[in-house]
Design a protein around this ligand. Structure first.
Ligand code: OFO
Length: 171
C-alpha cells in the first residue's frame, strides 16, 4: 500500500522511462542511417534496457494495488549530429533521469515508505552505471577523435554490447 502521491510520482517516472526508450530507439535508427552500425546496436540495447526499467515500474505499481496511467509521449528528436554529440545528449538525458529518481527517493523517505525506498534503490545504483558508461564513451571519443579511424574503432567496440536482462527479482 503506497500513497496516491507516490503512485503519481511512480507513474511520472514510468512515463519518463518510456520516453527514454523512445529517445534511444530514435538514436539507434539515426546511427544506422549515418553508417554507425555499432552505435546503432548500442542504442538498441539501451532501448531494451529502458523497456526493462519501464516494466519494473509498471509491475511495482500493479503490485501495490494501484494501476498505471500511461501519458502521451513527446516525439524525440530524429537527428543527433556527431557520435560525440549523441553521447553528450545521452548523458544529459540520464542526468535528468538521475535527478528524477532522487526526487522520488526523497518523497519515499519523507513518507516513511520503506518498500518504495528499497524499490528505488535499484534505480539509484543503475543510474551510477548509466552515467559512468556515457562518461567513459565521451572520454574515449574525445581522446581518439570523433572522425576517421578513431570513430571506426569506437563504433566497432559499441557493436559488442549485448542486452542481458538482470536476474528476475521481486517486484
Ligand atoms: Fe537510462 O535509465 Fe532508465 O531511464
Amino acid at each position: 500500500m503506497i500513497s496516491k502521491k507516490m503512485v503519481q510520482a511512480l507513474n511520472k517516472q514510468l512515463n519518463n522511462e518510456l520516453y527514454s526508450a523512445y529517445l534511444y530507439l530514435s538514436m539507434s535508427s539515426y546511427a544506422n542511417y549515418v553508417g554507425l552500425k555499432g552505435a546503432a546496436n548500442w542504442f538498441m540495447v539501451q532501448y531494451q534496457e529502458e523497456m526493462f526499467h519501464f516494466m519494473k515500474f509498471y509491475n511495482y505499481v500493479n503490485s501495490q494495488g494501484d494501476h498505471v496511467v500511461l501519458a502521451q509521449l513527446d516525439a524525440p528528436p530524429s537527428e543527433f549530429g556527431s557520435l560525440l554529440s549523441m553521447y553528450q545528449q545521452t548523458l544529459n538525458h540520464e542526468q535528468f533521469i538521475t535527478a528524477s529518481i532522487n526526487d522520488w527517493m526523497e518523497l519515499a523517505i519523507q513518507e516513511k515508505d520503506h518498500a518504495t525506498q528499497i524499490f528505488l534503490q535499484w534505480f539509484v545504483t543503475e543510474q551510477i552505471e548509466e552515467e559512468s558508461n556515457d562518461n567513459d564513451i565521451i572520454a574515449k571519443l574525445k581522446l581518439v577523435g570523433d572522425t576517421g579511424a578513431g570513430l571506426f574503432m569506437i563504433d566497432n567496440e559499441l557493436a559488442l554490447r549485448l542486452f542481458t536482462p538482470p536476474p528476475a527479482t521481486a517486484p
